[in-house]
Ligand binder design. Structure first.
Ligand SMILES: CCCCCC/C=C/C(=O)SCCNC(=O)CCNC(=O)[C@H](O)C(C)(C)COP(=O)(O)OP(=O)(O)OC[C@H]1O[C@@H](n2cnc3c(N)ncnc32)[C@H](O)[C@@H]1OP(=O)(O)O
Length: 391
Protein backbone atom coordinates (compact mmCIF):
# COMPACT_ATOMS: atom_id res chain seq x y z
CA UNK A 1 0.00 0.00 0.00
CA UNK A 2 1.50 3.29 -0.99
CA UNK A 3 -0.90 5.73 0.60
CA UNK A 4 -2.86 6.76 -2.55
CA UNK A 5 -6.59 6.36 -2.13
CA UNK A 6 -7.99 4.92 -5.33
CA UNK A 7 -11.04 6.98 -6.14
CA UNK A 8 -11.92 9.35 -9.00
CA UNK A 9 -11.29 12.44 -6.87
CA UNK A 10 -7.78 11.25 -6.21
CA UNK A 11 -7.10 10.65 -9.86
CA UNK A 12 -8.16 14.24 -10.49
CA UNK A 13 -5.94 15.59 -7.71
CA UNK A 14 -3.13 13.48 -9.07
CA UNK A 15 -3.47 15.20 -12.45
CA UNK A 16 -3.70 18.60 -10.75
CA UNK A 17 -0.54 17.79 -8.84
CA UNK A 18 1.21 16.89 -12.06
CA UNK A 19 -0.09 20.02 -13.79
CA UNK A 20 1.11 22.25 -10.98
CA UNK A 21 4.79 21.49 -11.40
CA UNK A 22 6.63 24.71 -12.24
CA UNK A 23 8.64 22.91 -14.93
CA UNK A 24 5.47 22.17 -16.82
CA UNK A 25 4.26 25.73 -16.62
CA UNK A 26 7.57 26.89 -17.96
CA UNK A 27 7.39 24.31 -20.69
CA UNK A 28 3.85 25.27 -21.64
CA UNK A 29 4.65 28.94 -21.90
CA UNK A 30 7.81 28.33 -23.96
CA UNK A 31 7.60 30.23 -27.25
CA UNK A 32 8.76 27.32 -29.37
CA UNK A 33 7.43 23.86 -28.54
CA UNK A 34 9.32 20.90 -29.90
CA UNK A 35 7.37 18.25 -31.72
CA UNK A 36 7.36 15.54 -29.13
CA UNK A 37 6.63 18.14 -26.50
CA UNK A 38 3.43 18.89 -28.38
CA UNK A 39 2.63 15.20 -28.38
CA UNK A 40 3.57 15.04 -24.71
CA UNK A 41 1.16 17.89 -23.96
CA UNK A 42 -1.56 16.09 -25.89
CA UNK A 43 -0.93 12.95 -23.86
CA UNK A 44 -1.28 14.97 -20.64
CA UNK A 45 -4.65 16.22 -21.87
CA UNK A 46 -5.71 12.71 -22.90
CA UNK A 47 -4.76 11.43 -19.48
CA UNK A 48 -7.43 13.67 -17.96
CA UNK A 49 -10.09 11.91 -20.02
CA UNK A 50 -9.38 8.45 -18.57
CA UNK A 51 -12.54 7.06 -17.06
CA UNK A 52 -11.06 4.14 -15.12
CA UNK A 53 -8.46 4.23 -12.39
CA UNK A 54 -5.31 2.72 -13.94
CA UNK A 55 -4.09 1.50 -10.55
CA UNK A 56 -1.32 2.76 -8.28
CA UNK A 57 1.55 1.04 -10.08
CA UNK A 58 0.57 2.64 -13.38
CA UNK A 59 -0.01 6.03 -11.76
CA UNK A 60 3.46 5.84 -10.23
CA UNK A 61 4.93 4.90 -13.58
CA UNK A 62 3.16 7.85 -15.20
CA UNK A 63 4.43 10.14 -12.46
CA UNK A 64 7.99 8.85 -12.80
CA UNK A 65 8.04 9.20 -16.57
CA UNK A 66 6.62 12.69 -16.29
CA UNK A 67 9.33 13.77 -13.84
CA UNK A 68 12.09 12.17 -15.91
CA UNK A 69 10.74 13.78 -19.09
CA UNK A 70 10.53 17.25 -17.58
CA UNK A 71 13.37 17.31 -15.02
CA UNK A 72 15.71 14.48 -16.00
CA UNK A 73 17.09 11.84 -13.63
CA UNK A 74 16.08 11.85 -9.98
CA UNK A 75 18.66 13.66 -7.85
CA UNK A 76 16.60 14.63 -4.80
CA UNK A 77 17.23 12.90 -1.45
CA UNK A 78 15.12 9.84 -0.65
CA UNK A 79 12.13 10.77 1.57
CA UNK A 80 11.97 9.26 5.03
CA UNK A 81 10.59 5.77 5.79
CA UNK A 82 7.25 7.08 7.03
CA UNK A 83 6.62 9.45 4.16
CA UNK A 84 4.94 6.65 2.21
CA UNK A 85 3.55 8.52 -0.76
CA UNK A 86 6.64 10.60 -1.50
CA UNK A 87 8.91 7.60 -0.93
CA UNK A 88 6.93 5.52 -3.45
CA UNK A 89 7.05 8.38 -5.95
CA UNK A 90 10.77 8.89 -5.40
CA UNK A 91 11.42 5.17 -5.87
CA UNK A 92 9.43 5.07 -9.09
CA UNK A 93 11.31 8.08 -10.45
CA UNK A 94 14.70 6.85 -9.25
CA UNK A 95 14.08 3.45 -10.85
CA UNK A 96 14.23 5.09 -14.27
CA UNK A 97 17.96 5.65 -13.76
CA UNK A 98 19.57 7.68 -16.51
CA UNK A 99 17.10 7.28 -19.35
CA UNK A 100 16.99 10.46 -21.41
CA UNK A 101 14.24 13.06 -21.19
CA UNK A 102 13.27 12.22 -24.80
CA UNK A 103 12.95 8.50 -24.06
CA UNK A 104 10.88 9.21 -20.99
CA UNK A 105 8.64 11.54 -22.98
CA UNK A 106 8.09 8.85 -25.62
CA UNK A 107 7.38 6.20 -22.98
CA UNK A 108 4.92 8.56 -21.28
CA UNK A 109 3.10 9.17 -24.58
CA UNK A 110 3.02 5.42 -25.33
CA UNK A 111 1.74 4.53 -21.88
CA UNK A 112 -1.04 7.13 -22.01
CA UNK A 113 -1.90 5.96 -25.54
CA UNK A 114 -2.24 2.38 -24.34
CA UNK A 115 -4.44 3.41 -21.41
CA UNK A 116 -6.68 5.52 -23.63
CA UNK A 117 -7.01 2.89 -26.36
CA UNK A 118 -7.81 0.20 -23.80
CA UNK A 119 -10.88 2.26 -22.94
CA UNK A 120 -11.99 2.92 -26.53
CA UNK A 121 -15.34 1.32 -27.39
CA UNK A 122 -15.08 -1.75 -29.60
CA UNK A 123 -16.18 -0.88 -33.12
CA UNK A 124 -18.02 -3.78 -34.63
CA UNK A 125 -19.87 -2.24 -37.50
CA UNK A 126 -19.55 0.28 -40.24
CA UNK A 127 -20.93 3.78 -39.61
CA UNK A 128 -24.18 3.79 -37.69
CA UNK A 129 -26.73 6.54 -37.20
CA UNK A 130 -25.76 8.92 -34.40
CA UNK A 131 -22.09 7.97 -34.78
CA UNK A 132 -19.98 11.17 -34.96
CA UNK A 133 -18.37 9.61 -38.03
CA UNK A 134 -21.57 10.05 -39.99
CA UNK A 135 -21.65 13.81 -39.40
CA UNK A 136 -18.80 14.70 -41.75
CA UNK A 137 -19.68 16.90 -44.70
CA UNK A 138 -16.64 16.34 -46.89
CA UNK A 139 -15.65 12.81 -45.86
CA UNK A 140 -17.16 9.44 -45.38
CA UNK A 141 -15.54 7.65 -42.46
CA UNK A 142 -16.26 4.01 -41.72
CA UNK A 143 -14.77 1.26 -39.58
CA UNK A 144 -15.06 -2.30 -40.77
CA UNK A 145 -12.88 -5.42 -40.39
CA UNK A 146 -10.50 -3.50 -38.09
CA UNK A 147 -9.89 -0.87 -40.78
CA UNK A 148 -10.97 2.75 -40.45
CA UNK A 149 -11.36 4.25 -43.91
CA UNK A 150 -11.31 8.00 -44.51
CA UNK A 151 -12.90 8.59 -47.90
CA UNK A 152 -12.30 12.05 -49.40
CA UNK A 153 -15.77 12.78 -50.63
CA UNK A 154 -15.99 15.79 -52.93
CA UNK A 155 -15.83 13.94 -56.25
CA UNK A 156 -17.44 16.86 -58.13
CA UNK A 157 -14.35 18.95 -57.21
CA UNK A 158 -11.92 16.07 -57.73
CA UNK A 159 -11.70 15.87 -53.91
CA UNK A 160 -9.94 19.24 -53.66
CA UNK A 161 -9.29 19.99 -49.98
CA UNK A 162 -11.43 22.88 -48.76
CA UNK A 163 -10.87 24.46 -45.33
CA UNK A 164 -13.74 22.38 -43.99
CA UNK A 165 -12.12 19.25 -45.38
CA UNK A 166 -8.74 20.04 -43.77
CA UNK A 167 -10.52 20.33 -40.42
CA UNK A 168 -12.54 17.18 -40.95
CA UNK A 169 -9.51 15.13 -42.01
CA UNK A 170 -7.72 16.21 -38.82
CA UNK A 171 -10.77 15.26 -36.78
CA UNK A 172 -11.05 11.89 -38.54
CA UNK A 173 -7.34 11.17 -37.96
CA UNK A 174 -7.69 11.99 -34.28
CA UNK A 175 -10.65 9.59 -34.01
CA UNK A 176 -8.93 6.88 -36.01
CA UNK A 177 -5.75 7.21 -33.95
CA UNK A 178 -7.78 6.45 -30.83
CA UNK A 179 -10.30 3.91 -32.10
CA UNK A 180 -9.97 0.18 -31.94
CA UNK A 181 -9.05 -0.33 -35.57
CA UNK A 182 -5.69 -1.76 -36.59
CA UNK A 183 -5.16 0.18 -39.83
CA UNK A 184 -6.27 3.54 -41.16
CA UNK A 185 -6.79 4.01 -44.87
CA UNK A 186 -7.21 7.21 -46.86
CA UNK A 187 -8.71 7.07 -50.34
CA UNK A 188 -10.74 9.21 -52.76
CA UNK A 189 -14.24 8.96 -54.12
CA UNK A 190 -14.80 9.19 -57.89
CA UNK A 191 -12.07 9.24 -60.52
CA UNK A 192 -9.51 11.32 -58.58
CA UNK A 193 -7.62 10.55 -55.40
CA UNK A 194 -7.33 14.27 -54.69
CA UNK A 195 -6.60 17.45 -56.66
CA UNK A 196 -4.76 19.04 -53.73
CA UNK A 197 -5.55 22.29 -52.02
CA UNK A 198 -8.89 23.78 -53.08
CA UNK A 199 -7.65 26.91 -54.82
CA UNK A 200 -10.74 28.82 -53.69
CA UNK A 201 -9.24 28.66 -50.16
CA UNK A 202 -7.16 31.60 -51.32
CA UNK A 203 -10.01 33.66 -52.71
CA UNK A 204 -11.96 34.01 -49.45
CA UNK A 205 -10.21 37.20 -48.28
CA UNK A 206 -11.86 38.64 -45.16
CA UNK A 207 -11.90 42.22 -43.87
CA UNK A 208 -8.47 41.74 -42.30
CA UNK A 209 -6.83 41.28 -45.68
CA UNK A 210 -4.58 38.81 -47.44
CA UNK A 211 -1.86 38.83 -44.79
CA UNK A 212 -4.33 37.45 -42.27
CA UNK A 213 -5.53 34.88 -44.80
CA UNK A 214 -1.92 33.77 -45.39
CA UNK A 215 -1.24 33.57 -41.64
CA UNK A 216 -4.40 31.54 -41.02
CA UNK A 217 -3.61 29.25 -43.94
CA UNK A 218 -0.08 28.70 -42.62
CA UNK A 219 -1.44 27.83 -39.22
CA UNK A 220 -4.01 25.45 -40.73
CA UNK A 221 -1.42 23.72 -42.88
CA UNK A 222 1.01 23.32 -39.97
CA UNK A 223 -1.68 21.64 -37.89
CA UNK A 224 -2.83 19.50 -40.80
CA UNK A 225 0.62 18.11 -41.61
CA UNK A 226 1.36 17.59 -37.89
CA UNK A 227 -1.59 15.22 -37.68
CA UNK A 228 0.10 12.95 -40.24
CA UNK A 229 3.52 13.20 -38.56
CA UNK A 230 2.01 12.22 -35.22
CA UNK A 231 -0.43 9.58 -36.44
CA UNK A 232 0.20 6.60 -34.13
CA UNK A 233 -0.80 3.53 -36.18
CA UNK A 234 -0.20 2.31 -39.74
CA UNK A 235 -1.61 4.79 -42.25
CA UNK A 236 -2.18 3.57 -45.78
CA UNK A 237 -3.01 5.56 -48.90
CA UNK A 238 -5.17 3.81 -51.48
CA UNK A 239 -4.52 6.09 -54.43
CA UNK A 240 -7.50 5.41 -56.67
CA UNK A 241 -6.69 8.04 -59.33
CA UNK A 242 -4.59 11.16 -60.01
CA UNK A 243 -3.09 13.01 -57.06
CA UNK A 244 -2.02 16.66 -57.08
CA UNK A 245 -0.13 19.03 -54.76
CA UNK A 246 -0.45 18.29 -51.08
CA UNK A 247 -2.11 14.96 -51.87
CA UNK A 248 1.25 13.92 -53.40
CA UNK A 249 3.69 15.56 -51.01
CA UNK A 250 1.92 14.19 -47.93
CA UNK A 251 2.38 10.63 -49.19
CA UNK A 252 5.88 10.63 -47.70
CA UNK A 253 4.19 10.61 -44.29
CA UNK A 254 2.09 7.51 -45.02
CA UNK A 255 3.42 4.07 -44.12
CA UNK A 256 2.30 2.28 -47.27
CA UNK A 257 1.01 3.69 -50.59
CA UNK A 258 -0.94 1.50 -53.03
CA UNK A 259 -1.83 3.00 -56.40
CA UNK A 260 -3.88 2.12 -59.43
CA UNK A 261 -1.92 2.24 -62.69
CA UNK A 262 -4.29 5.08 -63.68
CA UNK A 263 -2.90 7.33 -60.93
CA UNK A 264 -0.51 10.19 -61.66
CA UNK A 265 1.49 12.20 -59.17
CA UNK A 266 1.93 15.91 -59.78
CA UNK A 267 3.30 18.57 -57.41
CA UNK A 268 3.29 21.71 -59.56
CA UNK A 269 4.57 24.18 -56.99
CA UNK A 270 6.70 26.45 -59.13
CA UNK A 271 3.92 26.55 -61.73
CA UNK A 272 1.68 27.88 -58.94
CA UNK A 273 4.31 30.27 -57.53
CA UNK A 274 4.40 28.22 -54.34
CA UNK A 275 6.92 25.95 -52.61
CA UNK A 276 6.82 22.34 -51.33
CA UNK A 277 4.88 21.31 -48.25
CA UNK A 278 3.86 18.14 -46.43
CA UNK A 279 7.54 17.69 -45.40
CA UNK A 280 8.34 16.74 -49.01
CA UNK A 281 11.36 19.07 -49.08
CA UNK A 282 12.85 16.53 -46.67
CA UNK A 283 11.08 13.21 -47.36
CA UNK A 284 11.39 13.28 -51.16
CA UNK A 285 15.17 13.87 -51.42
CA UNK A 286 15.66 11.31 -48.64
CA UNK A 287 13.48 8.75 -50.40
CA UNK A 288 14.58 9.21 -54.02
CA UNK A 289 17.73 11.35 -54.00
CA UNK A 290 17.93 15.11 -54.48
CA UNK A 291 18.14 15.12 -58.26
CA UNK A 292 14.98 13.07 -58.77
CA UNK A 293 13.14 15.06 -56.07
CA UNK A 294 14.12 18.29 -57.82
CA UNK A 295 12.44 17.25 -61.05
CA UNK A 296 9.20 16.79 -59.14
CA UNK A 297 9.35 19.63 -56.61
CA UNK A 298 11.12 22.30 -58.69
CA UNK A 299 10.24 21.44 -62.27
CA UNK A 300 6.69 20.11 -61.90
CA UNK A 301 7.41 16.67 -63.36
CA UNK A 302 4.22 14.61 -63.35
CA UNK A 303 4.95 10.97 -62.50
CA UNK A 304 3.11 7.89 -63.65
CA UNK A 305 2.29 5.33 -60.96
CA UNK A 306 5.09 3.08 -62.21
CA UNK A 307 7.63 5.94 -61.99
CA UNK A 308 6.41 6.86 -58.51
CA UNK A 309 6.87 3.22 -57.50
CA UNK A 310 10.41 3.10 -58.90
CA UNK A 311 11.25 6.20 -56.86
CA UNK A 312 9.88 4.71 -53.64
CA UNK A 313 6.94 7.08 -53.26
CA UNK A 314 4.49 4.27 -54.05
CA UNK A 315 4.75 0.81 -52.52
CA UNK A 316 2.94 -1.18 -55.22
CA UNK A 317 0.94 -0.51 -58.38
CA UNK A 318 -2.09 -2.56 -59.46
CA UNK A 319 -4.01 -2.73 -62.74
CA UNK A 320 -7.00 -0.43 -62.50
CA UNK A 321 -9.56 -3.16 -63.18
CA UNK A 322 -8.46 -5.27 -60.20
CA UNK A 323 -7.12 -2.44 -58.01
CA UNK A 324 -9.84 -2.29 -55.36
CA UNK A 325 -10.19 -6.07 -55.10
CA UNK A 326 -6.45 -6.76 -54.77
CA UNK A 327 -5.71 -3.91 -52.40
CA UNK A 328 -8.59 -4.58 -50.01
CA UNK A 329 -7.76 -8.28 -49.90
CA UNK A 330 -4.24 -7.36 -48.75
CA UNK A 331 -5.50 -4.79 -46.25
CA UNK A 332 -8.01 -7.18 -44.70
CA UNK A 333 -5.20 -9.68 -44.13
CA UNK A 334 -2.91 -7.00 -42.61
CA UNK A 335 -5.72 -5.85 -40.33
CA UNK A 336 -5.70 -9.27 -38.64
CA UNK A 337 -2.16 -8.70 -37.33
CA UNK A 338 -1.72 -7.75 -33.66
CA UNK A 339 -2.65 -4.12 -33.24
CA UNK A 340 -0.15 -3.06 -30.58
CA UNK A 341 2.76 -4.74 -32.28
CA UNK A 342 2.00 -2.78 -35.47
CA UNK A 343 1.53 0.46 -33.56
CA UNK A 344 4.79 0.15 -31.62
CA UNK A 345 6.71 -0.97 -34.68
CA UNK A 346 5.47 2.04 -36.63
CA UNK A 347 6.46 4.30 -33.76
CA UNK A 348 9.95 2.80 -33.72
CA UNK A 349 10.33 3.26 -37.46
CA UNK A 350 9.05 6.85 -37.44
CA UNK A 351 9.94 7.98 -33.92
CA UNK A 352 13.50 9.10 -34.59
CA UNK A 353 12.37 11.36 -37.41
CA UNK A 354 9.47 13.09 -35.74
CA UNK A 355 11.22 16.13 -34.37
CA UNK A 356 12.95 16.68 -37.67
CA UNK A 357 9.65 16.38 -39.55
CA UNK A 358 7.94 18.93 -37.31
CA UNK A 359 10.81 21.33 -37.83
CA UNK A 360 10.62 20.83 -41.62
CA UNK A 361 6.84 21.36 -41.53
CA UNK A 362 7.23 24.61 -39.61
CA UNK A 363 9.87 25.88 -42.02
CA UNK A 364 7.86 24.94 -45.12
CA UNK A 365 4.78 26.73 -43.78
CA UNK A 366 6.72 29.91 -43.05
CA UNK A 367 8.01 29.93 -46.62
CA UNK A 368 4.54 29.25 -48.01
CA UNK A 369 3.00 32.15 -46.09
CA UNK A 370 5.42 34.42 -47.87
CA UNK A 371 4.77 32.68 -51.24
CA UNK A 372 0.98 33.04 -50.96
CA UNK A 373 1.41 36.81 -50.81
CA UNK A 374 3.64 36.86 -53.89
CA UNK A 375 2.54 38.12 -57.27
CA UNK A 376 3.66 34.81 -58.79
CA UNK A 377 1.21 32.85 -56.68
CA UNK A 378 -1.70 35.31 -56.94
CA UNK A 379 -1.40 35.32 -60.74
CA UNK A 380 -1.42 31.52 -60.87
CA UNK A 381 -4.58 31.28 -58.75
CA UNK A 382 -6.38 34.02 -60.70
CA UNK A 383 -5.42 32.34 -63.91
CA UNK A 384 -6.94 29.01 -62.73
CA UNK A 385 -10.28 30.64 -61.93
CA UNK A 386 -10.39 33.15 -64.82
CA UNK A 387 -9.00 31.13 -67.69
CA UNK A 388 -9.41 27.75 -66.11
CA UNK A 389 -5.73 27.15 -66.83
CA UNK A 390 -5.36 23.55 -65.79
CA UNK A 391 -2.27 21.71 -64.81
C1 LIG B 1 -5.31 26.39 -46.51
C2 LIG B 1 -4.17 26.40 -47.41
C3 LIG B 1 -3.30 25.21 -47.40
C4 LIG B 1 -2.43 25.20 -48.62
C5 LIG B 1 -1.70 23.94 -48.80
C6 LIG B 1 -0.75 23.97 -49.95
C7 LIG B 1 -1.18 23.04 -50.98
C8 LIG B 1 -0.83 23.19 -52.24
C9 LIG B 1 -1.39 22.36 -53.31
O1 LIG B 1 -2.08 21.38 -53.13
S1 LIG B 1 -1.04 22.93 -54.87
C10 LIG B 1 -2.12 22.04 -55.95
C11 LIG B 1 -3.43 22.74 -56.12
N1 LIG B 1 -4.22 22.06 -57.11
C12 LIG B 1 -4.33 22.46 -58.37
O2 LIG B 1 -3.73 23.43 -58.78
C13 LIG B 1 -5.28 21.66 -59.25
C14 LIG B 1 -6.22 22.57 -59.99
N2 LIG B 1 -7.12 21.76 -60.79
C15 LIG B 1 -6.87 21.39 -62.07
O3 LIG B 1 -5.85 21.72 -62.64
C16 LIG B 1 -7.90 20.54 -62.75
O4 LIG B 1 -9.15 20.76 -62.15
C17 LIG B 1 -7.56 19.03 -62.69
C18 LIG B 1 -6.35 18.75 -63.57
C19 LIG B 1 -7.27 18.59 -61.26
C20 LIG B 1 -8.76 18.21 -63.21
O5 LIG B 1 -9.12 18.63 -64.50
P1 LIG B 1 -10.46 18.05 -65.18
O6 LIG B 1 -10.44 16.59 -65.14
O7 LIG B 1 -10.61 18.70 -66.49
O8 LIG B 1 -11.63 18.50 -64.18
P2 LIG B 1 -12.18 19.99 -63.92
O9 LIG B 1 -11.09 20.96 -63.99
O10 LIG B 1 -13.38 20.24 -64.74
O11 LIG B 1 -12.58 19.86 -62.37
C21 LIG B 1 -13.89 19.56 -61.93
C22 LIG B 1 -14.30 20.61 -60.93
O12 LIG B 1 -13.40 20.55 -59.83
C23 LIG B 1 -12.82 21.84 -59.59
N3 LIG B 1 -11.47 21.66 -59.05
C24 LIG B 1 -10.61 20.67 -59.35
N4 LIG B 1 -9.48 20.83 -58.65
C25 LIG B 1 -9.64 21.92 -57.91
C26 LIG B 1 -8.82 22.59 -56.97
N5 LIG B 1 -7.60 22.12 -56.62
N6 LIG B 1 -9.29 23.69 -56.37
C27 LIG B 1 -10.51 24.16 -56.65
N7 LIG B 1 -11.35 23.57 -57.55
C28 LIG B 1 -10.91 22.46 -58.16
C29 LIG B 1 -12.83 22.48 -60.95
O13 LIG B 1 -12.73 23.88 -60.82
C30 LIG B 1 -14.17 22.03 -61.47
O14 LIG B 1 -15.14 22.80 -60.83
P3 LIG B 1 -16.44 23.35 -61.63
O15 LIG B 1 -17.12 22.11 -62.11
O16 LIG B 1 -15.89 24.19 -62.75
O17 LIG B 1 -17.19 24.11 -60.61
Amino acid sequence: HIGFHICPQNIISFYRLIQSFPAVKLHLTGAVMRATEVEFDKAKEHLKTLKNDPGNDTKLRIYALFKQATQGSCSSPKPGMLDFVNKAKWEAWNSLGNISKEDARQKYVDLVGTLISSEAPIQKEATTAGDPKSSYQTLQVTTENNITTILLNRPEKKNAISRKMYEEIMQALEQAGKDDSVLTVMTGSGDYYCSGNDLSNFTQVGAEGVEKLARDSGELLTRYVSHFIDFPKPLIAVVNGPAVGIAVTGLGLFDVVYATDRATFHAPFSQLGQSPEGCSSYTFPKMMGTAKANEILLFNKKLTAAQACDLGLVTEVFPDNTFQQEVWKKLRAYAKLPKDSLRYSKQLIRGMEKEKLHAVNAQECVRLQERWLSEECMNAIMSFFQNKSKL
